[in-house]
Design a protein around this ligand. Structure first.
Ligand SMILES: [Zn+2]
Length: 459
C-alpha cells in the first residue's frame, strides 16, 4: 500500500496534466450548454443542478436513460464506464455540493472545493482514496463540473478496459474530430460511447486501439470524410488503460495520429487493388480488410486467450510509438513455426512493413530491413528442399554476435553458397535486430503461403 501511495505522489503532476487535457473536452461541451438561452448568466450552482444529466446522456446515449433520469439511474448507467461504489446514491449533494474551503488542484483558486470522485473523473486511481487527506485532489465547482462535462467525449472499447479521448489546444479541430468520430457508426448502439467489437479478436489494450484506429480510418473512407481529417495534425489521442488502482497512460501525438490515418488509408487502397486479383471463394475477408487482417490475425501465438495475443500487443505498442520491433516479430514467427501454424509468417509481411516504413519515413531502418531481409530470403530459398531447416533454431538460439557469425559460416559451408555478410557486419552493434530481420527473411522464403493465389509476402 505504501508503494502505491508513492506511485500516486510521484505521478501527481502527470495525472494533473492528463486531467488538464481531458478538461478541454469538458470546456467544449460546457460551452454548448452555456449557449442555450435558459443557461445564459446562470450561477454555477444552478448550471450544475439543471444540466448534470447532459454529459451522461451524451456518454451513454439517449436510449439508455431519459432526459429526467434520477441521480440513481445515472449512477447505474455510469457503472458501465467507471468504478462507482455500490453505496453511492446521489451525485449532486454527495459530490458537487459537499464542499469545504480549500485550494482547487487545477486552477489554484482558494474557494469552495469538493474532493475527487471516480465517477466524475474517469482516470481516478483508487489510490486517491487511500492517500492522506491533504494529498487528495480537490476541485472548485467550475473546474469540477467542466471535468464532469468531459465525459461527453470519452470513449471506451467494448470491454471497457481502455478509455480514450482526443485532445487539442485548437478547439475548432477538437470539436471537428469529436463530431466526425461520433458520426462514424463506431459505437455500440446499446452503449453509446463504447466502441463496437469489430469481429477481430483482441485481448490487450494496444492491439485493441490499433484495430479501433484502423476501423476509424476505414469508416472515414467509406463516408468520404478522409479529406476532412487529412490536415489535422494538432489533435492527439490520449489513452488510459487499466482499472482498479493503477492506470497507465499513453499519448499518440497529432502528427503521429495523422500518419496512422495515412498509413491505414493507403493500406485499404492497396487491399482493394489486391482483392480484385484473389480467389474470393477461398478468402473470407472483405476487400478493405485484406492486408490488415491478413497480417494482424496471424500475429497470435498459442491457445489460451490472454496469452495468445500478448506478444502481438507488445509488437503493436511499438508500432504506435513509431517503432518496428523486429525481435518480437521474430519471436512470434518462431513460436508459430514451433506450433506448426498453417501460415507462420503473417500474410503481407513485406508489404505491411514497407508501407509502415514509407509512411513514417524511416529511411535508414528501411534500408537495413531491405538488405538483410533480402539476404535472408536468398538463404531461405537455398535451404528449401535440404534437411538444413534446423539451422533456423541454431540462428535463433545464438546468444552473442560471435555465435551468430559462426552459425552463419557453418550454414554457408553446408549450403555451398557465398553469403554476402556485409549488411550484417554493418549493423554489428544492433546484431540482435539484424538477426531477427535475417531470420524473418529466411522464414518467409521457407514458409511463404499464398493468401489465395497471390504471393503477397514477396521478399
Ligand atoms: Zn478550479
Amino acid at each position: 500500500m505504501q508503494l502505491l501511495i508513492n506511485y500516486f505522489i510521484v505521478n501527481k503532476n502527470d495525472y494533473i496534466k492528463m486531467l488538464d487535457a481531458y478538461k478541454r473536452n469538458g470546456e467544449l461541451f460546457l460551452a454548448s450548454i452555456k449557449q442555450e438561452d435558459k443557461n445564459k448568466n446562470r450561477s454555477i450552482d444552478d448550471l450544475i443542478k439543471e444540466n448534470f444529466r447532459k454529459p451522461v446522456l451524451e456518454l451513454v446515449g439517449h436510449t439508455r436513460i431519459g432526459e429526467n433520469a434520477s441521480e440513481l439511474d445515472i449512477l447505474k448507467a455510469l457503472k458501465n464506464y467507471f468504478e462507482v461504489s455500490s453505496s453511492s446514491r446521489e451525485i449532486l449533494n454527495a459530490s458537487f455540493f459537499k464542499t469545504g474551503k480549500g485550494t482547487c488542484s487545477l486552477c489554484g483558486k482558494t474557494t469552495d472545493v469538493f474532493s475527487n470522485r471516480s465517477y466524475i473523473f474517469p482516470f481516478e486511481r483508487k489510490i486517491d482514496s487511500i492517500a492522506p487527506e491533504d494529498m487528495r485532489l480537490q476541485f472548485c465547482k467550475e473546474c469540477g463540473f467542466t471535468l464532469y462535462c468531459g465525459m461527453a467525449y470519452l470513449y471506451a472499447n467494448a470491454k471497457g478496459t481502455i478509455k480514450f479521448f482526443f485532445d487539442s489546444y485548437n478547439q475548432k479541430n477538437l470539436w471537428k474530430i469529436n463530431n466526425i468520430f461520433k458520426n462514424l457508426d463506431l459505437q455500440d448502439p446499446n452503449n453509446y460511447n463504447k466502441i463496437k467489437s469489430f469481429g477481430v479478436f483482441t485481448y490487450h489494450p494496444y492491439e485493441t486501439l490499433f484495430v479501433i484506429i484502423f476501423e476509424f480510418v476505414n469508416r472515414l473512407k467509406e463516408k468520404n470524410l478522409i479529406n476532412e481529417v487529412k490536415d489535422i495534425d494538432d489533435v492527439k489521442l490520449l489513452l488510459a488503460v487499466g482499472s482498479g488502482q493503477i492506470y497507465e497512460t499513453h499519448i499518440i501525438e497529432g502528427d503521429k495520429l495523422n500518419k496512422f490515418v495515412e498509413f491505414f488509408s493507403k493500406m485499404i487502397d492497396d487491399s482493394k487493388e489486391l482483392y480484385k486479383k484473389i480467389d474470393k471463394e477461398k478468402v473470407h475477408i472483405d476487400g478493405n480488410h485484406l492486408i490488415f487482417r491478413g497480417f494482424f490475425d496471424n500475429l497470435t501465438v498459442g491457445q489460451t486467450t490472454e496469452e495468445k495475443s500478448r506478444l502481438r500487443n507488445l509488437f503493436v505498442k511499438d508500432l504506435l510509438d513509431k517503432k518496428i520491433n523486429f525481435i518480437i516479430l521474430n519471436e512470434i514467427i518462431m513460436e508459430r513455426v514451433k506450433n506448426k501454424e498453417k501460415s507462420p509468417v503473417p500474410f503481407h509481411y513485406y508489404a505491411f512493413l514497407n508501407l509502415y516504413m514509407n509512411t513514417f519515413k524511416m529511411e535508414t531502418e528501411q534500408q537495413m530491413f531491405n538488405r538483410i531481409n533480402g539476404l535472408g530470403f536468398e538463404i531461405g530459398n537455398k535451404i528449401k528442399g535440404t534437411n538444413l531447416d534446423n539451422f533456423i533454431w541454431e540462428i535463433f538460439r545464438a546468444r552473442g554476435i560471435e555465435e551468430f557469425y559462426n552459425v552463419l559460416v557453418e550454414l554457408q559451408a553446408k549450403l555451398e553458397m557465398k553469403m554476402d555478410l556485409r549488411p550484417i557486419n554493418e549493423y554489428e552493434k544492433e546484431w540482435r535486430k539484424a538477426k531477427a530481420v535475417l531470420l524473418n527473411g529466411i522464414l518467409n522464403a521457407l514458409y511463404q503461403k499464398e493468401q489465395s493465389n497471390i504471393k503477397n509476402n514477396m521478399i
